[in-house]
Design a binder for this molecule. Structure first.
Ligand code: FAD
Length: 391
């Protein structure tokens, strides 16, 4: 088998890259270890930056997103029992975020690829990269037990934080930057009406809480917890008690309870591998970098990476120029580090660091007070949250 670009991983990065390349007349093959049903059912991100939304619409996969996504023009920061609105659109010349679940983006992209007869091999096994130093790198894998080899001009490693692509790069080529945080999020999916029209990020003495939404009927709520927390320690009653306590306000707001459909614990982690390239292998999305979820940047960074990569590959196939491919890593990393900075700033402002003294907590309250009372500080939050320009 042969293709121009072999793509490992059918997450947002891999599928969107394949779609963008197809629009430019470039062939690709996507290999995914999980089933279609699994990737279309995994609950993850939900906040899309303005630039992500614009790209999905421009590239013809934004129809359902426009009909079913919910455009938000502000977020609330809640602390000291009071809510403070950050008017995102007013502070950023009309830009906004859209709430549309990641697995719906995945469904739209899988649909578009299959409709265009774009090959996606689901449920492959034993994926390995060979001949990475040659001009025809190859991907070996098993499909239905049979060993196959895909020869490529380029390989895109879009296989997330636990994939094989980054691990295939020889030792010493990449510089890893990593922080493991003493924080986790317990996320629940709830069948209930919305408790708020806009997202609520809350800091309370007992810890962080986030009120988010997926649809008018399904809500997504998060609680700060220990990163190694055993989910069995959190029966439904304890979760609601904790959410009520952390989100308490005397401003006449009600948290709507409902059936909990799903519970998950996510440990927080920051990671960047530099450069995002080795020879003809390019890393994109979580394969190259992981951010704590507080800034809602992970999916958006994956999209930004593949937008740059698709443009650089198109330039190569049209003109033979390698300059844009050579600049890929540097261009992406500038955005990645700014997203790391923002994600960590949001995380450190909004979480309770119980092992540290009260001085730390008072500094966080002062930071929140400043961000919600200074237009300059609120504008800085808003422009990062809706997404910085590409480049
Ligand atoms: C709870 C939670 C909330 C989040 N909230 C947000 C948010 O609001 N906004 C935001 O922007 N981001 C958010 N994120 C982050 C976001 O989900 C990820 O950054 C995003 O999925 C990255 O996309 P990706 O395509 O790079 O990787 P992934 O989505 O991880 O996709 C990689 C794919 O590769 C496949 N794969 C792995 N190994 C192999 C292999 N060896 N061979 C073939 N295939 C392989 C995997 O099965 C997977 O389908 C959140 C994450 C979590 C966990």
């Amino acid at each position: 088998m042969r293709t121009q670009v072999g793509i490992v991983g059918a997450g947002p990065a891999g599928l969107l890259l394949s779609h963008l390349l197809h629009l430019r007349g470039i062939d690709s093959v996507v290999l995914e270890i999980r089933s279609r049903k699994e990737i279309e059912g995994t609950i993850r991100a939900g906040v899309l930056e303005q630039g992500t939304v614009d790209l999905l619409i421009e590239s013809g996969v934004g129809g359902r997103l426009q009909r079913e996504g919910s455009v938000h023009h502000g977020i609330e920061l809640r602390f000291g029992g009071r809510g403070h609105r950050i008017p995102l659109s007013e502070l950023t010349g009309g830009r906004a975020i859209t709430l549309y679940p990641q697995h719906e983006v995945i469904k739209d992209l899988v649909g578009a690829r299959l409709e265009a007869n774009g090959p996606i091999f689901f449920e492959v096994a034993d994926v390995g990269l060979v001949d990475l130093t040659s001009s025809t790198p190859k991907i070996r894998f098993r499909k239905d037990g049979e060993l196959k080899e895909l020869a490529c001009d380029f390989i895109a490693g879009c296989d997330g934080g636990q994939g094989v692509c980054r691990a295939s790069i020889p030792e010493g080529v990449l510089t890893p930057f990593e922080r493991v945080h003493p924080l986790g999020w317990l996320g629940i999916l709830v069948q209930a009406p919305r408790s708020s029209e806009e997202l609520i990020y809350a800091l309370h003495d007992r810890g962080f809480a986030l009120v988010s939404t997926r649809s008018p009927e399904i809500q997504r709520l998060y609680l700060q917890c220990d990163p190694n927390e055993d989910i069995d320690n959190w029966p439904d009653g304890r979760i609601w008690e904790e959410l009520h306590a952390r989100l308490a306000t005397d401003e006449g707001w009600t948290l709507h309870e409902g059936a909990i459909l799903d519970k998950v614990v996510v440990a927080m982690h920051s990671f960047v591998a530099e450069p995002m390239r080795y020879k003809r292998l390019f890393l994109a999305g979580d394969a190259a970098h992981i951010v704590p979820p507080t800034g809602a940047k992970g999916l958006n960074l994956a999209v930004a990476d593949v937008r740059v990569l698709a443009g650089a590959l198109a330039d190569f196939y049209a003109s033979g120029r390698t300059g844009p491919l050579d600049e890929y890593s540097e261009i992406c990393l500038r955005r990645v580090w700014k997203a790391q900075r923002f994600s960590w700033w949001m995380t450190s402002m909004l979480h309770r660091f119980h092992e540290e003294d009260r001085f730390r907590y008072q500094m966080q309250i002062a930071e929140l007070d400043y961000v919600t009372s200074s237009r300059a500080a609120a504008t800085s939050l808003a422009e990062n949250y809706v997404g910085l320009p590409i480049g």
